[in-house]
Design a protein around this ligand. Structure first.
Ligand code: URA
Length: 194
């Protein structure tokens, strides 16, 4: 078994925080193992907890549409993970101690996948990975650098579902990701709409 599979096995049997008591399934993350792009969300919701897969509910369907428009998909271009791997009860925000306990798993995932571009979906991902005091409304759409990787913070798809007005700026953010992907990874990348 390789390092990635060993990590998956460890995460899927983790009992380091209280979320293990209420979870149905651990959501390790999914996508192309050697993706150049990694999307990071907050944590599993109801459907993710049922299926053990990230972003499969309504916001996941929107994320898949956005990725598709950009010419990306989970099989070839993107790995999708979360700050916490188990569902917080009633979809509450993950607690600071839950985030702190879980984030080392994300660090190892990033190291093993080795993406050049990281898309942070929403405030929890931004605060968890970059800076607990950062504001998503302030930094979204601006390239950040983290451990020699390019980081694009943008709104969480669930925010786009709640507020239509955020869709336009989020789309601008994803267009920047496509342009950067062409610049640093594949100049021949094809997408239907941008
Ligand atoms: N929202 C997230 O942040 N992550 C998921 O996996 C699903 C919904």
């Amino acid at each position: 078994m390789d390092e990635f599979e060993l990590l998956k096995q460890e995460v899927e049997t983790c009992t380091k925080c209280n979320l293990c008591k209420t979870r149905n399934k651990v959501v390790f993350g999914e996508g192309f193992r050697n993706s150049k792009i990694m999307c990071i969300g907050e944590g599993p919701g109801y459907y993710e907890d049922q299926q053990g897969r990230p972003f499969v509910g309504k916001s996941g369907q929107l994320l898949d549409i956005i990725l598709d428009v950009c010419g990306f998909n989970r099989n070839e271009h993107v790995f999708i993970g979360n700050i916490v791997k188990c569902r917080p009860p009633n979809n509450r925000d993950p607690l600071p101690e839950e985030r702190e306990t879980c984030i080392p798993y994300l660090y190892i995932q990033i190291e093993l996948i080795d993406p050049k571009i990281i898309i942070l979906l929403g405030a929890t991902a931004l605060k968890g990975l970059i800076d607990p005091n950062a504001k998503i409304t302030k930094v979204r759409g601006e390239w950040l650098e983290w451990q020699n990787r390019l980081v694009m913070p943008t709104f969480h798809p669930s925010a786009l579902l709640r507020n239509e007005k955020l869709k336009r700026p989020a789309w601008e953010d994803f267009k920047k990701v496509v342009a950067k992907y062409r610049e640093v990874i594949n100049p021949n990348h094809i997408s239907d709409y941008c």
